[in-house]
Write a protein that binds this ligand. Structure first.
Ligand SMILES: CC(C)(COP(=O)(O)OP(=O)(O)OC[C@H]1O[C@@H](n2cnc3c(N)ncnc32)[C@H](O)[C@@H]1OP(=O)(O)O)[C@@H](O)C(=O)NCCC(=O)NCCS
Length: 336
């Protein structure tokens, strides 16, 4: 069957009809997949762009077929949490799923070209995130010159779970809620030590944390601090996803100071987070974990979590010499 030609447009700004087409497509994707089309960070950038609040640093492109319907939307912008480089995500309309590769590849390539044109972008990584990734996504990413970077697993567990009461795990650990305005500095030190080298979580600044504290979902009672002899040794930050029906509790950030790893603190903090979710009446717990994070995976599986979804990021480094749209080269990205 002859595939209809795909036309890609990079948009400088939104207008009413483009905004309606994009929002409509995202709603269709969310309904079909049972989850938002984009990850939270990219969705936030797109919302600001559609509202005309952020036009600098965010690039939006659409792919359409001859019939004119928008088949896919691509959004690119700065990485989350002060991480290096840019991220790009693509949402494909359910009606265009059958020609996913034919739609995604030119869209990603066009966005990459726009980003690569900025001289300061040369050498920086561009991360393509795909939710529910499979082999066909690996193939499309490779065709666009991206290499597999990280595999992120979404795990879920029913509540109440099979975790042990934390009093039997560590008696000397005091767990208390975060106090805004007082605990930021200590939390940042332990977080950045626990996640040293992590692309999104390891270089948080006070500004990153204060930004999260201003989020509508933030509740300081959800950020549990673990102290031994008055010293912060780790924390477990949970949050509720009301957009899911029924709502789901997420273990949002869990980190233990490296000097205290392997002594039961992580387990005690996760259990405390799960107990908090149970008290709130939640029936499902959820979290994201890097597929290479053996210690965390071991901990979560022992608490009843199992695989719900696989997300993957692909990376390629931007270069001024990137070929123009439609001609993806297959040069492997240089090492980080
Ligand atoms: C994951 C993390 C929170 C675990 O905290 P911890 O205090 O070291 O964990 P615990 O001592 O409570 O151990 C929990 C389980 O993990 C296992 N574990 C701990 N370190 C491990 C390691 N290096 N390799 C394999 N398993 C390990 C333990 O065996 C333990 O299981 P057990 O109770 O059956 O013996 C901690 O390693 C951490 O902060 N890592 C960096 C940040 C991070 O990756 N967070 C998770 C993101 S999803």
């Amino acid at each position: 069957m002859v595939q209809p030609a795909v036309e890609v447009q990079v948009h400088e700004r939104s207008d009413a009809s483009l905004g309606a087409a994009i929002v409509g497509l995202l709603e269709e994707v969310a309904e079909r997949r049972g989850r938002p089309a984009f990850g939270e960070h990219v969705a936030g950038m797109l919302t600001s762009w559609l509202a005309g609040q952020t036009t600098v640093g965010v690039t939006v492109a659409t792919a359409s077929t001859e019939e004119g319907a928008v088949d896919a939307v691509g959004v690119a912008g700065p990485a989350d949490g002060g991480g290096l480089g840019q991220v790009v995500e693509v949402a494909v309309a359910p009606a265009a799923e059958a020609r996913r590769g034919a739609v995604v590849a030119p869209l990603v390539t066009a966005l990459r070209d726009v980003l690569a044109a900025a001289p300061e972008a040369t050498g920086t990584p561009l991360h393509l995130w795909v939710h529910d990734a499979d082999q066909s996504d690996d193939d499309v990413a490779a065709r666009c010159g991206f290499a597999v970077d990280r595999t992120l697993l979404q795990l879920r567990a029913p509540l109440p779970g099979r975790h042990r009461p934390r009093s039997r795990i560590r008696d000397d650990l005091r767990i208390r809620p975060f106090r805004p305005g007082a605990d930021e500095d200590a939390w940042l030190v332990v977080n950045n030590r626990a996640f040293a080298g992590h692309p999104e979580q390891g270089a948080w600044t006070r500004a990153t944390l204060l930004e999260r504290e201003r989020e509508a979902w933030f509740d300081p009672a959800d950020l549990l601090l673990g102290e031994i002899d008055g010293q912060l040794v780790g924390s477990c930050w949970t949050r509720v996803h009301d957009e899911e029906d029924p709502p789901v509790g997420e273990i949002y950030v869990i980190g233990v100071d490296p000097d205290a790893h392997g002594s039961g603190i992580g387990r005690a903090l996760v259990v405390a987070g799960l107990e908090r979710m149970e008290r709130a009446g939640l029936r499902t717990a959820m979290l994201y974990v890097d597929a290479a994070n053996d210690s965390a995976l071991h901990l979560y599986r022992s608490l009843g979590f199992s695989l719900a979804r696989t997300d993957r990021s692909y990376v390629r480094h931007l270069a001024a010499s990137d070929p123009p749209s439609g001609l993806p080269d297959l040069t492997p990205a240089p090492p980080e």
